[in-house]
Design a protein around this ligand. Sequence first.
Ligand code: AKG
Ligand code: FE2
Length: 182
Amino acid sequence: MTSFKEYRVYNLLLFIKLFAFSQWLQEQMDKITALGAFGDKKANHVLVNEYLPGQGIMPHVDGPMFYPTITTINVGSHSVLEFYTPLNSNEEMENNQNLSMRHIGSLLLEPRSLLIIQEDLYTTYLHGISQVTQDTVSQDMFNFEECKPKLGEVLTRETRISLTIRHVPKVLKTKLMLGRGR
Ligand SMILES: O=C(O)CCC(=O)C(=O)O
Ligand SMILES: [Fe+2]
Protein backbone atom coordinates (compact mmCIF):
# COMPACT_ATOMS: atom_id res chain seq x y z
CA MET A 1 0.00 0.00 0.00
CA THR A 2 1.29 3.48 -0.87
CA SER A 3 1.83 5.68 2.15
CA PHE A 4 0.93 9.36 2.09
CA LYS A 5 4.65 10.24 2.23
CA GLU A 6 5.45 8.03 -0.80
CA TYR A 7 2.53 9.59 -2.63
CA ARG A 8 3.88 13.08 -1.96
CA VAL A 9 7.39 12.11 -3.16
CA TYR A 10 5.84 10.59 -6.30
CA ASN A 11 3.87 13.77 -6.96
CA LEU A 12 6.95 15.92 -6.45
CA LEU A 13 8.99 13.80 -8.92
CA LEU A 14 6.18 14.03 -11.45
CA PHE A 15 6.05 17.79 -11.02
CA ILE A 16 9.84 18.09 -11.53
CA LYS A 17 9.66 15.95 -14.69
CA LEU A 18 6.76 18.00 -16.07
CA PHE A 19 8.57 21.23 -15.26
CA ALA A 20 11.77 20.01 -17.00
CA PHE A 21 9.71 18.88 -20.00
CA SER A 22 7.90 22.22 -20.29
CA GLN A 23 11.26 24.07 -20.11
CA TRP A 24 12.69 21.80 -22.84
CA LEU A 25 9.58 22.24 -25.00
CA GLN A 26 9.64 26.03 -24.67
CA GLU A 27 13.30 26.02 -25.78
CA GLN A 28 12.42 23.97 -28.87
CA MET A 29 9.48 26.28 -29.66
CA ASP A 30 11.75 29.33 -29.34
CA LYS A 31 14.35 27.75 -31.65
CA ILE A 32 11.69 26.95 -34.26
CA THR A 33 10.33 30.51 -34.02
CA ALA A 34 13.90 31.82 -34.47
CA LEU A 35 14.18 29.85 -37.71
CA GLY A 36 11.38 32.08 -39.05
CA ALA A 37 9.07 29.11 -39.59
CA PHE A 38 6.02 31.27 -38.80
CA GLY A 39 7.19 34.54 -40.37
CA ASP A 40 7.11 37.17 -37.63
CA LYS A 41 4.77 35.04 -35.49
CA LYS A 42 5.69 32.78 -32.58
CA ALA A 43 5.04 29.09 -32.01
CA ASN A 44 2.12 28.94 -29.56
CA HIS A 45 0.53 25.51 -29.98
CA VAL A 46 1.80 21.95 -29.49
CA LEU A 47 0.02 18.72 -30.36
CA VAL A 48 1.50 15.49 -29.00
CA ASN A 49 0.65 12.25 -30.84
CA GLU A 50 1.82 8.75 -29.96
CA TYR A 51 1.89 6.06 -32.64
CA LEU A 52 2.39 2.38 -31.86
CA PRO A 53 3.76 0.19 -34.69
CA GLY A 54 0.96 -0.25 -37.22
CA GLN A 55 -0.80 2.96 -36.28
CA GLY A 56 -1.06 5.94 -38.63
CA ILE A 57 -3.19 8.92 -39.55
CA MET A 58 -5.61 9.20 -42.51
CA PRO A 59 -4.62 11.54 -45.35
CA HIS A 60 -5.85 15.05 -44.57
CA VAL A 61 -5.00 18.74 -44.81
CA ASP A 62 -4.48 20.72 -41.62
CA GLY A 63 -6.75 23.52 -42.79
CA PRO A 64 -6.97 27.28 -42.36
CA MET A 65 -7.10 27.37 -38.55
CA PHE A 66 -3.30 27.37 -38.37
CA TYR A 67 -0.50 29.51 -39.80
CA PRO A 68 0.34 27.50 -42.96
CA THR A 69 3.49 25.82 -41.65
CA ILE A 70 3.71 22.47 -39.89
CA THR A 71 6.78 21.85 -37.77
CA THR A 72 7.20 18.44 -36.17
CA ILE A 73 9.81 17.09 -33.78
CA ASN A 74 10.08 13.33 -34.24
CA VAL A 75 10.90 11.33 -31.13
CA GLY A 76 11.40 7.56 -30.79
CA SER A 77 10.81 5.58 -33.94
CA HIS A 78 11.19 6.69 -37.54
CA SER A 79 8.01 7.06 -39.61
CA VAL A 80 7.02 7.94 -43.15
CA LEU A 81 4.81 10.88 -44.06
CA GLU A 82 2.98 10.23 -47.32
CA PHE A 83 1.68 12.96 -49.64
CA TYR A 84 -1.33 12.76 -51.96
CA THR A 85 -2.98 15.00 -54.53
CA PRO A 86 -6.47 16.14 -53.47
CA LEU A 87 -9.59 14.96 -55.29
CA ASN A 88 -10.24 18.01 -57.42
CA SER A 89 -13.32 17.25 -59.42
CA ASN A 90 -16.50 15.18 -59.38
CA GLU A 91 -15.07 13.31 -62.35
CA GLU A 92 -12.10 12.16 -60.30
CA MET A 93 -14.42 11.12 -57.48
CA GLU A 94 -16.70 9.24 -59.87
CA ASN A 95 -13.71 7.46 -61.35
CA ASN A 96 -12.90 6.55 -57.76
CA GLN A 97 -9.26 7.55 -58.13
CA ASN A 98 -7.71 5.46 -55.42
CA LEU A 99 -5.13 6.66 -52.94
CA SER A 100 -2.19 4.88 -54.52
CA MET A 101 -2.85 6.70 -57.84
CA ARG A 102 -2.84 10.03 -55.97
CA HIS A 103 0.40 9.31 -54.08
CA ILE A 104 3.10 11.82 -55.08
CA GLY A 105 5.88 10.76 -52.70
CA SER A 106 6.86 10.69 -49.07
CA LEU A 107 9.34 11.90 -46.48
CA LEU A 108 11.28 9.59 -44.20
CA LEU A 109 11.00 11.05 -40.70
CA GLU A 110 14.14 10.12 -38.82
CA PRO A 111 14.26 9.95 -35.01
CA ARG A 112 15.34 13.26 -33.41
CA SER A 113 14.67 15.19 -36.61
CA LEU A 114 12.67 18.35 -37.22
CA LEU A 115 10.26 18.45 -40.14
CA ILE A 116 9.05 21.75 -41.60
CA ILE A 117 6.28 21.75 -44.21
CA GLN A 118 5.11 24.92 -45.94
CA GLU A 119 3.60 26.26 -49.15
CA ASP A 120 2.12 23.71 -51.60
CA LEU A 121 2.86 20.71 -49.41
CA TYR A 122 0.82 22.41 -46.68
CA THR A 123 -1.97 24.07 -48.64
CA THR A 124 -2.55 21.77 -51.61
CA TYR A 125 -1.47 18.23 -50.85
CA LEU A 126 -2.87 15.83 -48.27
CA HIS A 127 -0.53 14.19 -45.76
CA GLY A 128 -0.93 10.97 -43.83
CA ILE A 129 0.87 8.05 -42.23
CA SER A 130 0.12 4.50 -43.42
CA GLN A 131 -0.86 1.85 -40.90
CA VAL A 132 2.11 -0.46 -41.43
CA THR A 133 4.77 -1.94 -39.16
CA GLN A 134 7.68 -1.73 -41.63
CA ASP A 135 8.89 0.73 -44.27
CA THR A 136 11.36 0.19 -47.11
CA VAL A 137 13.61 3.11 -47.99
CA SER A 138 12.80 3.95 -51.61
CA GLN A 139 13.22 6.60 -54.26
CA ASP A 140 9.63 7.67 -53.55
CA MET A 141 11.07 9.35 -50.46
CA PHE A 142 11.93 12.94 -51.42
CA ASN A 143 14.73 12.99 -48.83
CA PHE A 144 16.22 9.49 -49.20
CA GLU A 145 19.62 10.89 -50.21
CA GLU A 146 19.84 12.99 -47.02
CA CYS A 147 18.88 10.14 -44.67
CA LYS A 148 21.06 7.66 -42.79
CA PRO A 149 19.29 4.47 -43.92
CA LYS A 150 20.20 3.33 -47.43
CA LEU A 151 17.93 2.55 -50.41
CA GLY A 152 16.22 -0.82 -49.97
CA GLU A 153 16.77 -0.91 -46.22
CA VAL A 154 13.75 -2.21 -44.29
CA LEU A 155 12.95 -0.23 -41.16
CA THR A 156 10.75 -1.69 -38.43
CA ARG A 157 8.53 0.82 -36.66
CA GLU A 158 8.58 1.17 -32.93
CA THR A 159 6.69 3.65 -30.77
CA ARG A 160 6.92 7.17 -32.17
CA ILE A 161 5.94 10.40 -30.50
CA SER A 162 5.42 13.47 -32.64
CA LEU A 163 5.35 16.99 -31.28
CA THR A 164 3.60 19.15 -33.85
CA ILE A 165 4.41 22.77 -33.14
CA ARG A 166 2.40 25.52 -34.81
CA HIS A 167 1.25 29.10 -34.64
CA VAL A 168 -2.49 29.45 -34.12
CA PRO A 169 -3.71 32.99 -34.76
CA LYS A 170 -5.99 34.11 -31.97
CA VAL A 171 -9.14 34.70 -33.94
CA LEU A 172 -11.72 34.68 -31.19
CA LYS A 173 -11.89 37.29 -28.47
CA THR A 174 -14.50 36.30 -25.92
CA LYS A 175 -15.98 39.10 -23.86
CA LEU A 176 -17.51 38.28 -20.53
CA MET A 177 -20.67 40.32 -20.11
CA LEU A 178 -21.30 39.40 -16.51
CA GLY A 179 -23.63 41.59 -14.51
CA ARG A 180 -24.45 43.87 -17.46
CA GLY A 181 -28.01 44.90 -18.23
CA ARG A 182 -29.51 43.82 -21.56
O1 AKG B 1 2.24 12.90 -36.27
C1 AKG B 1 2.54 13.43 -37.32
O2 AKG B 1 3.69 13.52 -37.73
C2 AKG B 1 1.45 14.00 -38.18
C3 AKG B 1 0.31 14.52 -37.38
C4 AKG B 1 -0.66 15.29 -38.21
O3 AKG B 1 -0.63 15.31 -39.39
C5 AKG B 1 -1.69 16.09 -37.51
O4 AKG B 1 -1.82 15.98 -36.28
O5 AKG B 1 -2.39 16.85 -38.17
FE1 FE2 C 1 -1.80 16.92 -40.20
